[in-house]
Design a protein around this ligand. Structure first.
Ligand code: 5GP
Ligand code: ZN
Length: 120
């Protein structure tokens, strides 16, 4: 398909969301990044910021991804402001043992309720 990113993986849920093969409730998108609402929110506001490009997890990032990371965090902070959040948490799970269930890099943005520490 013409609009698929060259790194598209057919067996990756978030690549399929990027390609619009699976619908998502997007709150931000640009040429590099999509931010959409989590299907199973764990806080009043719970969105996921992902790169359009397939990256397996935060552990796969290198210095060459500096621009991408700036775009991801810029989008997260823009969305937090847009959604009226002053305090929020940004989390990225790396590996199944840490809770990663989708192996396409994503940063969770959670807010709208008090947060406890440490996370479970
Ligand atoms: P992880 O467990 O990998 O850190 O986070 C994956 C997140 O993706 C979970 O919070 C889960 O609720 C969310 N998720 C899984 N499938 C879908 C989906 O089809 N659409 C959306 N919007 N979120 C999803
Ligand atoms: Zn992917």
């Amino acid at each position: 398909m013409a609009d698929r990113d060259p790194t598209y993986q057919a067996d990756c849920l978030f690549c399929r969301i990027v390609a619009d093969e699976i619908p998502s409730d997007r709150v931000f998108e640009d040429g590099q990044v999509i931010v959409f609402r989590d299907i199973n929110p764990r806080a009043p506001t719970h969105v996921l910021a992902i790169p359009r490009r397939h990256v397996r997890s935060a552990a796969s990032l290198t210095h060459a991804d500096g621009d991408l990371l700036a775009a991801l965090f810029g989008a997260l902070h823009w969305v937090a402001r847009e959604l009226g959040l002053d305090d929020y948490r940004i989390v990225s799970n790396v590996g199944a043992g840490a809770g990663q269930s989708v192996f396409h890099l994503h940063f969770h943005l959670l807010g709208g309720r008090p947060m406890t520490w440490p996370p479970g």
